[in-house]
Design a protein around this ligand. Structure first.
Ligand SMILES: C[S@@+](CC[C@H](N)C(=O)[O-])C[C@H]1O[C@@H](n2cnc3c(N)ncnc32)[C@H](O)[C@@H]1O
Length: 353
């Protein structure tokens, strides 16, 4: 097995956005082959720690090998990243200095036989990240109603020919392999663009099988709760549906008010928890795309956890003691300072690493 079967995308930009430093505590929600995780551990030494998640046990096996030089500094967990908060809290791994989500697939998942993510070679229609999950792409293709298949292709693949593809699928099923399905989609819609005509349908099926968008929304919220003040949330996405969710989440969480603009006064009571670090999305350099064509659709967004208005309110009394401001300023910039526990439990002060 080679050391790295996946080239980490926008590695420098990611490390910079995470502001990785010695003694930092990080969560990698999508460890994959461990490319980003390895660099985070190297840069955060001495004392850096990483909690890594991957729903796919095969990815974790590769990551373990690639992280062997940092033995003792990381914990890898074979769980979906929508369980990040429960796992981090039960391991007392919070607040953290940074959370990374590098969404989608690792290269080896595309090339690995039998996973069903690629239509380059005939593979069973599986597409599950985790073998423990029940639903497979074959279940959707071979048993779902035509209207439901069309809906999946439209919603998760933005496939304009979703109806005709769904009709042909139902007429010609059952399908056993990815190549059979891709060939049928090609025949149904013809080839008009640079990308293979089945690309969007395969993306849609993968998203549906793994319920990816719902899990992403949950993970973003949990990640924000786990960050210490000044901690960084960094997300790399690979298609517009993911990027839209990340963009909307970060915009909403960095706004003080989310009331509709026509309301004369604020009624939402919303308080910003994040500050956007890049208003314009970061994309790979032409050199990186040349070296690693799989990076071409990548988009990186980053935000910093700030002390929200609500969280700052109880601290305002300190201004009477010291009018010179540092109480909030220090709390806000000190990563590793306390993050609120779920309501009802007291704040706990933790030492960084
Ligand atoms: C693009 S790769 C990450 C590559 C990694 N950053 C590296 O440098 O090696 C995405 C990984 O995230 C995993 N993954 C995708 N969605 C997930 C989810 N909801 N929960 C846990 N792991 C997920 C996939 O199994 C895959 O291994």
């Amino acid at each position: 097995m080679k050391d790295l079967l996946h080239i980490p995308v926008m590695l420098e930009e990611t490390l910079q956005a995470l502001a990785v430093g010695p003694g930092g505590r990080y969560i990698d929600g999508t460890v994959g082959a461990g490319g980003h995780a390895r660099a985070i551990l190297e840069l955060s030494a001495p004392g850096g720690q990483l909690l890594g998640f991957d729903a796919d046990p095969a990815s974790l096996a590769v990551a373990r090998r690639n992280l062997r030089h940092s033995e003792g500094s990381y914990l890898l967990v074979n769980r979906n990243f929508d369980q990040m908060e429960a796992v981090a809290r039960s391991n007392d791994f919070y607040p953290v200095h940074g959370v990374l989500l590098d969404l989608g697939l690792a290269s080896m998942q595309l090339t690995e036989a039998g996973r069903g993510f690629s239509f380059q070679h005939g593979q069973p229609l599986d597409m599950r990240f985790s073998p423990e999950q029940k639903l497979t792409a074959a279940d959707i293709i071979n048993t779902y109603a035509e209207a439901d298949i069309a809906d999946i292709l439209w919603r998760y693949g933005e496939e304009r020919k979703s109806r005709i593809i769904a009709r042909r699928i139902v007429e010609h099923r059952p399908f056993k392999t990815t190549t059979e399905l891709a060939a049928m989609i090609s025949r149904a819609v013809g080839r008009h663009e640079d990308i293979h005509p089945a690309t969007r349908s395969f993306q849609a099926l993968r998203i549906a099988v793994n319920d990816e968008l719902v899990k992403l929304e949950r993970a973003l919220d949990q990640a924000t709760r786990l960050l210490g003040f000044g901690g960084r949330l960094v997300v790399i996405s690979y298609h517009s549906l993911e990027d839209r969710i990340v963009k909307r989440f970060m915009q909403q969480e960095s706004a003080e008010c989310i009331c509709p603009p026509e309301l004369p006064e604020c009624r939402c009571g919303h308080a910003a928890r994040l500050r956007l670090l890049n208003k314009k999305v970061i994309t790979p350099s032409p050199e990186e795309v040349w070296d690693n064509p799989r990076s071409r659709s990548a988009k990186l967004r980053a935000a910093e956890r700030i002390l929200s208005r609500e969280e700052a309110a109880p601290l305002e009394t300190h201004f009477f003691l010291s009018p010179k401001e540092p109480v909030i300023a220090e709390e806000q910039s000190e990563v590793g300072s306390p993050t609120p526990e779920p309501s009802g439990t007291p704040l706990r002060r933790r030492l960084a690493m």
